[in-house]
Design a protein around this ligand. Structure first.
Ligand SMILES: Cc1cc2nc3c(=O)[nH]c(=O)nc-3n(C[C@H](O)[C@H](O)[C@H](O)COP(=O)(O)OP(=O)(O)OC[C@H]3O[C@@H](n4cnc5c(N)ncnc54)[C@H](O)[C@@H]3O)c2cc1C
Length: 302
């Protein structure tokens, strides 16, 4: 017996850590093979990109004790090295984990989980869903009225572009945000402390508006369009890049949060947490995810 935590993003890991500190046995589940959720990194052609959360901003770092030992990237916050996903991986590997396992249903009576291959995962006495609100709603909607607020949360998407090994230098700073245009944020990942790479590695975040308008397009076509915007912004020619690809985050940033630190079923056996939850509608970011997960873990510990 023990507690199953579905989702190994910051919320799931914070929850698992709080439960483990209280002596609970935790098993992690994630549909991805890697830990971290939106704290995501990709290695290709000897290059590396943080195509999710670029850095733990100073506000997050102040409230998450586990980030204190990470190096600071100028004024932009703290970063894990050699890539951002090193932080969740170190935390996640401490737990029994069933990675590459997408949970498609939760049985509210038996607490058995079923994955997309039809395999049942049973023997748990409590369940945590630490996943984005629309996905949590899919699993928990029919279980308990306590979960009804999940339906209120909304997210903005983000298309990100990775460009590595492009020749030449640009005058654009290593972290550059702008209000207009297709690209809202440009980052030079190999400039982060401890992020060495044999060639420049850029990550660009498209604006919310552009991402929304182009949400259902093919990733290769989106990469072409974002490369044109990248070239116009930097003066660099991405046609000669070693690696270029676009990644879609359908649920990137919370636009409307739920006014609760977490949600718990009436019998206390099923809980839900994530960046969509915030006690005073302050949900919506990495800090909110951590706080929500840690608070739920403390509440469910016996
Ligand atoms: C490009 C980008 C930029 C960002 N910039 C910032 C920023 O500057 N500052 C900031 O504070 N925040 C930022 N964020 C947001 C921040 O990363 C998130 O708020 C936070 O990481 C969310 O953590 P979470 O644990 O709630 O969810 P997630 O990280 O999404 O974790 C959920 C996990 O659940 C898994 N999962 C989902 N459904 C299932 C299922 N059915 N079965 C099994 N596993 C499942 C997923 O694979 C994932 O690993 C950014 C995010 C992105 C993508």
């Amino acid at each position: 017996m023990g507690i199953a935590v579905i989702g190994t993003g910051l919320a799931g890991l914070a929850c698992a850590q709080a439960l483990a500190e209280a002596g609970e046995a935790v098993t992690l589940f994630d549909k991805s093979r890697g830990y971290g959720g939106r704290v995501a990194s990709r290695r290709r052609e000897g290059l590396a990109f943080d195509h999710g959360l670029p850095a733990f901003d100073p506000v997050s770092a102040e409230t998450v004790p586990a980030l204190a030992d990470l190096p600071e990237w100028e004024a932009h916050g703290r970063v894990a090295a050699p890539r951002m996903n090193a932080f969740p991986r170190t935390m996640g590997e401490a737990f029994e984990s069933r990675m590459g396992t997408r949970i498609v249903s939760v049985d509210a009576e038996t607490l058995a989980l079923t994955d997309e291959a039809g395999e049942a995962h049973g023997g748990f006495e409590r369940i945590v869903a630490a996943i984005p609100a629309p996905q949590a709603w899919g699993l928990l909607a029919s279980h308990d009225d306590a979960f009804a607020p999940i339906a209120e949360a909304t997210y903005a998407p983000c298309w990100t572009l990775m460009v590595g090994g492009v020749a030449g230098e640009t005058a654009v700073p290593h972290r550059f945000a702008q209000e207009t245009g297709v690209i809202a944020l440009l980052l030079r990942d190999d400039a982060k402390p401890g992020h060495t790479a044999p060639a420049p590695c850029y990550v660009a975040h498209a604006t919310r508006e552009w991402s929304r308008e182009n949400l259902e397009r093919d990733a290769a076509d989106v990469a072409e369009d974002l490369c044109i915007a990248f070239a116009a912004m930097t003066g660099l020619d991405p046609d000669g890049a070693t690696y270029r690809a676009a990644h879609r985050w359908r649920y990137c940033a919370v636009e409307r949060a739920v006014e609760a630190p977490f949600l718990l079923s009436a019998d206390g056996r099923i809980g839900a947490c994530g960046d969509w939850a915030g006690a005073d509608r302050s949900g919506g970011d990495a800090r909110a995810a951590w706080r929500s997960g840690a608070a739920l873990g403390r509440a469910m510990a016996r």
